[in-house]
Ligand binder design. Structure first.
Ligand code: TMP
Length: 209
């Protein structure tokens, strides 16, 4: 694929969506063709799947159903948005991707990582990010930001945020493990600074590439 595929990852409230928008703007200022997308979501079908996944009324959602829904959203996003954009040479910025499944459903819920990788193959083929920006913040800041965000907006995307502190600890540890396993692809950005400082850190990693 002639394009560049960049994903942004991190625990809830790490600031990744804000940073993705800033990065998109800076790249566009350089004349680069940028496509922004999000997981779950990114397409009409993906947004409907997202509504199910994050709806706090879905208490009974089975771990396997959840896993397949994330990959259903991703399969559509790959086919409809990501692969065509990469094929025409664009830079794709994706807010979360399969690394999120590896850490939330894998490390968090205990789903076997080999199963997740098999599903990735089915849903996305050999589409993997060229670069992953992992924005790292501590758990206390993460949970406080996520709660503040929920109090502010009425989207009610709170199902995951009702998980325990121990769940998010496993998720954060899962991200650290991924970064250690693939240090070239997964670049850890210290997210405990102002938006501007974090954006500068990201810009220096991206331009270095
Ligand atoms: P967001 O708040 O970053 O938009 O992500 C929505 C939630 O979905 C977040 O709590 C993480 C969760 N998630 C998973 O559990 N597995 C996945 O594969 C993805 C993409 C997201």
């Amino acid at each position: 694929m002639p394009g560049t595929f960049i994903t942004v990852e991190g625990i809830d409230g790490c600031g990744k969506s804000t940073q993705l928008s800033i990065l998109a703007r800076k790249l566009r200022e350089q004349g680069i063709d940028v496509v922004e997308t999000v997981e779950p979501g990114g397409t009409l079908a993906g947004r409907e799947i997202r509504a199910i996944l994050l709806d706090p009324r879905q208490h009974a959602l089975n771990a396997r159903t959840e896993l397949l829904l994330y990959f259903a959203s991703r399969a559509q996003n790959c086919a409809e948005v990501i692969a065509p954009a990469l094929a025409r040479g664009a830079t794709v910025l994706c807010d979360r991707f399969t690394d999120s499944t590896i850490v939330y459903q894998g490390a968090g819920r205990g789903v076997d990582e080999a199963t997740i990788r098999q599903l990735h193959q089915i849903a996305c083929g050999s589409l993997y990010p060229d670069l992953t920006l992992l924005i790292d913040i501590d758990l206390e800041t993460s949970l406080a930001r996520a709660l503040a965000r929920n109090a502010e907006n009425a989207t009610r995307e709170t199902r995951l945020e009702e998980e325990s502190h121990a769940f998010f600890e496993r998720v954060r540890d899962g991200y650290q493990r991924l970064a250690r396993a693939e240090p070239e692809r997964v670049q850890v950005i210290d997210g405990r600074a102002s938006i501007e400082v974090v954006a500068e850190r990201i810009w220096s990693v991206v331009t270095h590439r």
